[in-house]
Design a protein around this ligand. Structure first.
Ligand code: EPZ
Length: 422
């Protein structure tokens, strides 16, 4: 197991290029199951979760080939095992994204039921309820969910009780091959949903409304191969923007799509961070003056992303005043707060709210990452803390950030990776 050792206190300077979005690449890889022709995907981030999804596709019988650094070719002509086993699902919940495409193309799917995770219970009841409305029979036994629709799925109107990102994606993938029209109401509007719809459309699907809360899908007989480039990772981009701000640096974040994380940009500007867009897809981030505390509440897109909450909280420890950070998406996503407190932050948790009083001088400490974004927030804190910070369990980081350490080092951060006994 690896750890990061960070020697904090340096302002980040330079330029960093944003990778493809992990949370887009995952459903897009699952969508390759919908056709017996090859699909070629560019800008696939080389992170552990993506390798896990590739492993899952290969387990089912797809030919998965890595071509060049960030291109992957998937040919799902012979799917001999339309199932996601426990060994893979337990390491990555997003494995449940294969449920929809398998049910849609083969009328049969078996997916081990994901358990809870560090940030919340995260059930997939809305995915299965949606599939039932498309005519699938859902059986749950021995920890597995089986979906069967021997005569194929049929279109229906599905109204999600609450907004779910992967639920929307799963259902969209099931509906593209269903007979007739499917309408998904209260759909997620995340850019990753739009990216998936764009790929599916290239494959021959008929989808309108992706990016709004009402998606219409007209089922087609068959999908074909396609080539597609994944959108930039808005959470990685937001993390680097915050890294520049927290270290009072001057950084160009390139190859990003600012429209996808406007809610963060607006908050940071209110807090006193100078953010400009000198050219398309490039942000310049500077933070010289004192930062102000600004409240933030996580919401579904286009609201403030829960995947940036932990990193934002780290920044608020350095801002003047009290910031109330409210988490509305997941019930247990404040695990980074006590770790930040070990570094000197003043954070009080009251239910779904974290009350952050700043600014506090952080001092380097040995801290433990509990999930992907919590790890990022501890690294950010480490960059501004005095002395040495050790962030243990970096494998969380490796699941979703491509070459994080290398990219930070490229901006002048003193960060190294070492073996850990934790
Ligand atoms: C996606 O997870 C992302 N993962 C998460 O990214 C992200 O935090 C989350 O959306 C919210 O934006 C991927 O895209 C692979 P949800 P997802 O279904 O789809 C409840 C990261 O750090 N719910 O939108 O699993 C659920 O418990 C991660 O990259 C149900 O109750 O999230 C949660 O409270 C982690 N029943 C809320 O809805 C369901 O069937 C929203 O979850 C589904 C969800």
């Amino acid at each position: 197991m690896d750890k990061f050792v960070i020697d904090g206190g340096l302002a980040l300077k330079g330029q960093v290029a944003i990778s493809g979005a992990k949370n887009s690449a995952l459903p897009v890889l699952a969508a390759c199951l919908l056709t017996d022709e090859p699909v070629v995907l560019h800008r696939i981030p080389r992170v552990v979760d993506i390798r896990t999804m590739q492993k899952l596709l290969a387990y089912m019988g797809a030919a998965v080939t890595e071509e060049g650094t960030n291109t992957v070719r998937v040919h799902a002509a012979n799917i001999s095992r339309p199932e996601a086993p426990y060994e893979i699902v337990k390491t990555m919940r997003a494995s449940s994204l294969v449920l929809g495409p398998l049910a849609g193309r083969f009328g049969s799917a078996k997916v081990s039921m994901p358990g809870g995770c560090a940030i919340g219970a995260r059930p997939i009841n809305l995915h299965t309820a949606g599939l039932e409305q498309l005519g699938a029979r859902i059986l749950q036994s021995h920890g597995d969910i089986e979906a069967s629709a021997p005569d194929g799925l049929r279109g229906a109107t599905v109204h999600f009780d609450r907004i779910t990102v992967t639920g929307t994606e799963d259902l969209m993938m099931a509906a593209v091959l269903a007979r007739g029209e499917t309408i998904v109401e209260n759909a997620a509007r995340e850019p990753e949903v739009v990216d998936l719809a764009n790929l599916l459309t290239k494959m021959g699907a008929r989808i309108t409304g992706a990016g709004t809360s009402s998606i219409h899908i007209q089922g087609v007989e068959k999908l074909h191969g396609a080539e597609h480039e994944i959108i930039p990772d808005r959470i990685e981009a937001g993390t680097f923007v915050i890294a520049a701000a927290i270290t009072r640096g001057d950084v160009l974040v390139t190859g990003c799509e600012p429209e996808h994380f406007q809610s963060l940009i607006v908050k940071l500007r209110q807090a006193g961070v100078e953010i400009t867009e000198p050219e398309k897809s490039v942000l310049r981030v500077r933070a010289g003056a004192a930062l102000r505390s600004i409240d933030a509440t996580t919401e579904e897109h286009p609201g403030f992303a829960t995947d940036l909450q932990a990193q934002y909280m780290a920044l608020m420890t350095q801002a003047e005043g009290i910031a109330i950070v409210t988490e509305r998406i997941f019930e247990n996503r404040f695990m980074h707060a006590p770790e930040l407190a070990r570094m000197g932050a003043s954070i009080r948790i009251e239910g779904r709210q974290a009350i952050v009083a700043g600014p506090r001088r952080l001092s380097g400490a040995h801290v433990m990452a509990s999930d992907l974004r919590a790890s990022a927030s501890l690294v950010l804190a480490g960059l501004v803390a005095s002395g040495e910070t050790i962030v243990d369990r970096v494998y969380h980081m490796d699941r979703g950030y491509e070459r994080m350490q290398e990219k930070l080092a490229g901006l002048g951060a003193r960060i190294r990776r070492e073996k850990s006994n934790a």
